[in-house]
Design a protein around this ligand. Sequence first.
Ligand code: KG4
Ligand code: ZN
Length: 344
Amino acid sequence: MKQTNMRVLGIESSCDETAAAIVENGRVIESNVIASQVDLHAQFGGVYPELASREHVKAVHATVNEALQQAHMGLGDLDGIAVTRGPGLAGSLVVGVNLAKGLALSTDLPIVGVNHLEGHLYSAWLYPADSKPTPEPKFPLVALLVSGGHTELILMRGHLQYQLLGGTSDDAAGEAFDKVARLLELGYPGGPSIQKAAMQGNPRAFNFPKARLNDPWNFSFSGLKTAVLRTVEDFKASKKQLPTADIAASFQAAVVGALFEKTIAAAKEFGAIEIIVAGGVSANKALREAFRSQTEFRVHIPHISLCTDNAAMIAAAGYRHFMADEFSALDFDVQANWALATNA
Ligand code: KG4
Ligand code: ZN
């Protein structure tokens, strides 16, 4: 499929954000609307799946309409529809997928089911319509994908080519932030609340183990999490006041250190010329600063508003599939567990 100015409507409903966006040529954001359920789930300390799918049903139509309105477009101005097919909560995914299919059926537009992780990677290509184009990532590149459910190092030699270099043997980085935030009785989601607490703390106050394994490209966060737990328990047992900010800062430094070092090492080892850092945890200020403070590689980190779940990234990834003549038939199903990359 080759045409100039291809406008793709993206729809995302894999977790706790209902989102719709319109992106031109896989890069230019014409609109990007997110209806977040975060406040609703905060009372449960995590995402409550049954509630999430019901909220998606309530929000999805208005979200798509809003995306069209903000872009000053109607369905007739679109050239394709991209929707998150997985991974995520099945009951939530199905809401976005069904709406996308209905729209495709009624408009005759091509549709493609996109992997949510691929969307996070393609967020590195995005920039708002009213600002200057950002430099386009160049291949081969190493991507660090760090979200609530995934922590992966991926080698991309070209568009839509993903080679998994390593992952996590236990928790995902975002999950570790969320769990440690709970231990420290900070709010949900844990990433932003740990980052906030860490601003008042000393990252060298505690020497927590880095989330490192002997294996060069895999991560493990369980040792670090246990070390934080022990520290919290020791303070509680001795009835001393918990130095929450210092623990948060030291924990964050340990996570950032491991993510940063392994990514740079992988980029060198696999001959990458550039690096992408994407996914919810890439919103972390300390992580962004670590990558910005090195000069060996050009690093693409999406704008903070595009790090966490959104639909612009789904439209951006969908565009690459359309360009490669990859479409989905209308009977495709959601894939709650869908790995993006293989070791092949
Ligand atoms: O990509 P995302 O929005 O959803 C998934 O696909 O999982 O990532 C959500 C994760 C949560 O675990 C959240 O705590 C983490 O990203 N996160 C952060 C920050 N903002 C969000 N982690 C560290 N620092 C942040 N500023
Ligand atoms: Zn995500």
